[in-house]
Design a protein. Structure first.
Length: 197
């Protein structure tokens, strides 16, 4: 099994996440891309994150209509902080893993728990993100054999979308319609009541 793993807070999951999964699937010949929302993201402990169940449900909705995408709740079900290496180790040893992440996250891999083991267990595939050069990723992952995906930089982030929602601006067409509907139905982001108008 050639499995791509795309993890994140997914607060909310948006089109840049789906685009990253699509690019990795096509360019790297993967069998499936598994989207895994973080349960308790330890590196974001200093900010408010939507409840894990909401982020799980939005992730499930975001990938539901793509045959080669799947949502996985193993981190949401795990107690305490979630570490990437523990997630990677929870997959069968015979799975050939590719860990897909943006260049902004890749730049921070040296700060991760058991970072060397993360790099040893999975091929790293990096999606260009605005404001982070390939040189910075080269420096962070020096000595590692990673894949740089040749894709456009997408100026879209969860922080940007939450900010838009809090100011009453629409998120439609920045997330898929099912996620947009879920956000509105559950009033997830304060001040977003007008996103459907």
């Amino acid at each position: 099994m050639q499995r791509g793993i795309l993890g994140g807070t997914f607060d909310p999951p948006h089109l840049a996440h789906l685009f990253a999964g699509e690019a990795a699937y096509r360019d790297l010949g993967l069998d499936v891309v598994t989207f895994i929302p973080a349960g308790a993201p330890w590196q974001k402990a200093d900010r408010i994150v939507s409840h894990a169940e909401h982020r799980w449900e939005m992730t499930r909705l975001a990938v539901a209509d793509v045959d080669y995408f799947e949502a996985d709740d193993r981190e949401v079900r795990r107690e305490g902080p979630t570490f990437t290496i523990e997630t990677l180790e929870s997959f069968p040893e015979e799975d050939q893993l590719t860990f897909i992440l943006g260049s902004d996250a890749a730049r921070g891999i040296p700060t991760w728990e058991r970072a060397d083991e993360v790099i040893g267990r999975a091929r790293i595939a990096v999606v260009p993100r605005p404001g982070v050069s390939r040189h910075e990723v080269d420096w962070a992952l020096r000595g590692s054999d990673y894949v740089w995906l040749e894709t456009p930089e997408v100026w879209l982030s969860g922080t940007m979308l939450r900010d838009r929602a809090q100011h009453g601006r629409s998120l439609r067409f920045l997330v898929i319609d099912a996620v947009w509907d879920y956000i509105a139905a559950h009033d997830l982001y304060a001040g977003h009541a007008q996103v459907g108008s």
